[in-house]
Ligand binder design. Structure first.
Ligand code: PLP
Length: 382
């Protein structure tokens, strides 16, 4: 832990490796694994997770933006990288010069990328995103012929892949919409074949799709939440069970910790914290926890979260503040300042899962981990 940091995130190397291996075993041999490390590796730490995943032989990295790709290149990571989000026209040349592939769906991007590639005297690698039903990024079926004509006319453009993303996999156990998207994707791929545009990688599968359906793995899967040892949703777990898909031992990668800043006694009938939103009816012992909503500990955990100290649960009293909050340690023997506090993750025989925190604040596990402030140190543990 660096000296001025009082809250930190531990990343288990063993868990990252386990999760890659589990997913490798799920797909047929030869299917590539893209480690999706966008958004600071879902809050786990871009450089920390990417170093482990690169050393463990993942085939691709998926990032949101060129900045993240350049950070990986500056770490001397040679693994292919795909920018999944939007790349502004002004940055296309940098993408080519750093040998970064781009998800592309706009005609203007293709034209400007050709110019950039010609200037760099290199090929630009693109993955054409196909709109199959999410109605987010993607070339629509109506525009695909025109788009293919344009791509074919640009000699420095190499179609490295085609991709799509599912709208309704994690939220349901009824997957007819996803099946329709696969059909749409395969029809679009036929159009590439008919136009004589060869495609090296077809990729559609996020974690849930990769776990549930063999026929969507194609040449590559895009592994996000599963890389971090988290299930995409309760519905995905139920679907896997219903489909008799063998037990998946995903291991959560993250523990978020801090230390107790102060312990003190309060009298019976004392208000606790801003807005006097909590009140103790009996004489109590409270502990001040030096983390708050700035750090990513959501304010909606006011009066409802809990932390683990000395292996025991300490409930949140009152409001989560910007940089601290208060917990009740009346029933935990011997708590003192600088005792370790677990905010998220497993202790020896208890846990505060991202799912538990998510359900308390009305969100998903993805958001809980991703929103942990990037400024907190990420520490790799064995
Ligand atoms: C385009 C794309 N592919 C793959 C993923 C990874 O999905 P998951 O985290 O569910 O595996 C995401 C995540 O948001 C995404 O946006």
């Amino acid at each position: 832990m660096s000296s001025d940091k009082i809250s930190w995130v531990e990343i288990s190397k063993k868990a990252v490796i386990n999760n890659i291996d589990v997913m490798r075993a799920r797909v047929r041999p030869g299917v590539k694994i893209m480690a999706v490390v966008k958004a600071n590796a879902y809050g786990h730490g871009l450089s920390e997770v990417a170093s482990i995943a690169a050393a463990h032989g993942v085939d691709f990295f998926g990032v949101n933006c060129l900045d993240e790709a350049v950070r990986l290149r500056s770490m001397k990571i040679k693994t292919p990288i795909l920018v999944l989000g939007y790349t502004p026209l002004a940055n296309l040349k940098d993408a080519v010069s750093h040998d970064v592939s781009l998800v592309v769906y706009n005609a203007e991007t293709v034209s400007r990328l050709q110019e950039a590639a010609a200037k760099c005297k290199k090929n630009a690698k693109i993955h054409v995103k196909i709109e199959t039903g999410l109605n987010r990024q993607g070339v629509t079926r109506e525009n695909l012929s025109e788009f293919l004509k344009l791509v074919r006319s640009k000699k420095n453009i190499e179609v490295e892949g085609i991709s799509t993303h599912y709208a309704n996999i994690e939220d349901t156990t009824e997957h007819s919409y996803a099946r329709k998207q696969v059909e749409n994707f395969c029809e679009a791929h036929e159009m590439f074949n008919a136009a004589g545009v060869a495609v090296k990688y077809r990729h559609t599968a996020c974690t849930a799709a990769a776990i549930l359906f063999d026929n969507v793995h194609f040449e590559m899967i895009r592994l996000g939440i599963g890389l971090y040892g988290l299930w995409p949703s309760k519905e995905t777990k139920i679907s896997a069970y219903e489909r008799k898909i063998s037990e998946f031992n995903l291991m959560p990668v993250m523990k978020w910790k801090t230390i107790v800043a102060q312990v003190k006694e309060v009298e019976a009938n004392s208000c606790i914290g801003y807005g006097c939103s909590d009140f103790v009816t009996q004489a109590s012992r409270i502990a001040v926890i030096p983390a708050g909503y700035y750090d990513g500990y959501d304010r909606k955990l006011s009066n409802s979260g809990y932390v683990i100290i000395r292996g025991r649960r300490a409930p949140v009293l009152g409001r989560i503040c910007m940089n601290m909050f208060i917990v009740d340690v009346t029933n935990i023997e011997g708590v003192k300042s600088e005792d370790e506090v677990l905010l998220l993750g497993a202790s020896e025989d208890d846990a505060i899962s991202a799912e538990t925190l998510a359900s308390k604040i009305g969100t998903i596990n993805y958001e809980v981990v991703t929103r942990i402030n990037e400024s907190l140190p990420r520490i790799v543990t064995a």
